[in-house]
Design a protein around this ligand. Structure first.
Ligand SMILES: N[C@@H](CCC[C@H](N)C(=O)O)C(=O)O
Length: 310
């Protein structure tokens, strides 16, 4: 039997999603259906599927029912499940607004809670199509040892000189491995048509970010940089190279800040192929753990219906 689903297509800095409202949790697609929907030739095409379901109706989220009304069920383009999506959660908030499901107070600029597999995240509307997400806790996976050594992994990136690069692993609820490159030439030369090989292989796979520091900005002219600035490309676990990754932007900043050491800025601009994001490191964060905020656009571009094959 086939079924018809209403969807919205949206993106955050061109990290794009198919969004489906499934308030009562009656539609729980298998990985093959997700992969088909996300297929850019045979399906609608997206980096991932976002399903909006009431926490009370979703067994995976029932533990957060008292804290958040809605659960973001995030799936990668290959149909695999992911814990969190930083661009996706902003687009999710914009989608709830479009569907008339956003709590009234959130429209007025109050924080509101969304449950994810990485726990409850809070979001605030900054203006039309613009959101900040409190991404919650992060940590360098390798802890103090990785900070002292400057790396806890090696990454082989195709298209460069064949030498494995030192990298830092960052846990944002989902896994990231960040590699610093010296300049834009290397950033462009990197071939991300296949996943960079990471050693040791992370147990649940990883998203890989390539990051190039851009000159930090000294806003008040006191000689100390106030705003950090990086360029980034990403190969996402389960989706391949994408034009942006929100959790990846946070990871890129947190690794760069760890390499820079004490005194590094707390606010960063992240340039990705699909646009720009702002990452703010939470007050009280150390170089190895803390909290982080992500700000950026969320755009909804189309709605439609699709017949799901049996
Ligand atoms: N694009 C997302 C991250 C999506 C999940 C990721 N591919 C994973 O498997 O962890 C973002 O904006 O954070």
């Amino acid at each position: 039997m086939t079924s018809e689903i209403t969807f919205t297509k949206g993106h955050g800095t061109e990290n794009d999603f198919v969004l489906v409202a499934d308030a009562d949790g009656t539609w729980n697609p298998g990985g093959d259906i997700v992969a088909w929907l996300c297929d850019r030739r045979a399906g609608i095409g997206a980096d991932g599927l976002v399903r909006a379901v009431r926490t009370a109706a979703e067994p995976a989220a029932a533990q957060w029912a008292g804290e958040a009304e809605w659960f973001m069920d995030y799936r990668n383009a290959d149909g695999s499940v992911a814990e969190m999506c930083g661009n996706g959660v902003r687009v999710f908030a914009e989608f709830l607004l479009q569907q008339g499901l956003l709590p009234e107070a959130a429209l007025a600029g109050d924080w509101f809670a969304v449950a994810t597999r990485a726990g409850v995240k809070r979001l605030r509307r900054e203006g039309e199509g613009s959101w900040t997400a409190d991404m919650g806790p992060w940590r360098l996976t390798g802890g103090q040892r990785a900070l002292v050594d400057g790396s806890d992994a090696l990454v082989h990136v195709e298209g460069l000189d064949g030498v494995a690069r030192p990298a830092l692993s960052v846990d944002l609820g989902n896994p990231h491995t960040v590699v610093a490159l010296p300049d834009d030439g290397e950033l462009s030369a990197a071939d991300l048509t296949s996943a960079p090989r990471v050693e040791p292989a992370p147990p649940h796979g990883t998203n890989v970010e390539l990051v190039v520091p851009v000159d930090a900005i000294d806003v008040n002219g006191d000689g100390d940089p106030d705003i950090g600035d990086v360029s980034m490309r990403v190969h996402e676990r389960g989706s391949g190279e994408t034009r942006s990754c929100g959790t990846g932007a946070c990871a890129a900043v947190l690794a760069t800040r760890a390499w820079a050491g004490e005194g590094a800025p707390g606010v960063w601009r992240v340039r990705v192929p699909g646009g720009r994001l702002v990452v703010t490191v939470g007050a009280g964060s150390s170089l190895t753990e803390g909290t982080v905020w992500l700000s950026g656009p969320a755009r909804l571009v189309a709605t439609g219906t699709v017949t799901i094959p049996a």
